[in-house]
Design a binder for this molecule. Sequence first.
Ligand code: SF4
Length: 460
Amino acid sequence: MKEYKAEFLRKAAGVAFDQEHRRRINHNIRQYDKAVVKGKERLENIQQLRQKAYSTKFKALHLLDQYLVEFEANFQRKGGKVIWACTAEDALKEIIGLLEKERIEMVVKSKSMTTEEIHLNEFLEKKKIAVHETDLGEFIVQIAGEKPYHIVTPAMHKSKEDVGALYHEKFGLDANSTPEEITAFTRTHLREKFKMAGAGITGANFIVADTGSVAITENEGNALLSMTSPRLHIVIAGLEKVIPSVDDLDLFWPLLATYGTGQNMTVYNSLVSAPAAEGQGPQQMVVILLDNGRTELLSKSRMRMALGCIRCGACLNTCPVYKNIGGYTYNITYTGPIGAVISPHTGNFERNIHLSFASSLCGACTQVCPVNIPLHHMLLLNRQEAVSKKIVPKNERFQLKNASSILLNRNRLDMVGGGFKNKVLRYFVEKQWGDRRVLPQFAPKSFSRMWQEQNQQEVK
Ligand code: SF4
């Protein structure tokens, strides 16, 4: 698994010093910051709302088994179908089964990180099923042959000039087309796909237990079209998306909008509870509830609240590491602080654990999270688990053990002068310290030694 860490370090070193990349990301995040500051001003008692969000998610996760079964019963009573999928492979098998049974060769999709997690597009394309992303940002990254860069704004890394050039190359549009022209073209292009597709695949922002509904939030109306035009609507949602009651949306919808984009409310908020009556929409609606490592996280009581994430993206936007190394360096579906916290548990621990070490532990992520998830504490817990599993390299463990036996003992620390300490530092630490930072220097004498000497002179 060392190769993943090496690849991460190599990419991070490249991207962090790419001035153009930094300019774009910082520009886009600055726009976000301005909107969020204004959005937060519209919320009263924001700390109380965050605490309530934490308690609601805490309750939902502690009683997850009950709420999921309640959702299933309520949803199926109205004609929907629920499928439980343990792994990504199970979910893919179920989806292809549904599509093949209905002889569907084209699907439209609205933005969903859960479908990214199971690599749905690649899978369907291999099965010769055409997949059309319908969220503008997702559409842009899809035609560019890329993955989403950010969990909320998938094309955040592209400038309008980049997008103009891309549309010129793919569709022959004028390379200097304005964002309005590009949007109008995309709308017309996708309208045909909505009409032709046999199935619409969406994610879910929340799964509501007491009404048996799926809550979907979006700004473009493409999710609404994806779930109402085709004859089959498939929802793929992580188990953790469940909330106890429809009343909880009073809290979560404004929180998600404010922290996600700075809006008061997202433009379209849909609650879907059943397939449509004949002739008025999808004849079948299927919800696939995906585990894929979530119950592993649930079983760790100190990490469980990471499943309370509502995917607003705020922790990514504030993280100094994310802002410097960007979304692609992580090489995982969920990036930034929340990705570093959950990916070792929902994916392969050894493969992804280095991400928990790529943090300054400044706590900015915890400060901005609308659900009060203690993200930086969880990064430390991940590190602790890595140490107890002996995943930290041997030489690092050896160095830290020796260093702590000296650093925690004043007499040992003062046994040698600054010159010798600097030599030790150069020999053992310089390489890890990196060649872009200046190694700190020990003074010739420690403060405690100087203090002792001065006091001895005064006594004489
Ligand atoms: S962890 Fe918190 S801040 Fe980060 S995406 Fe999830 S809800 Fe938003």
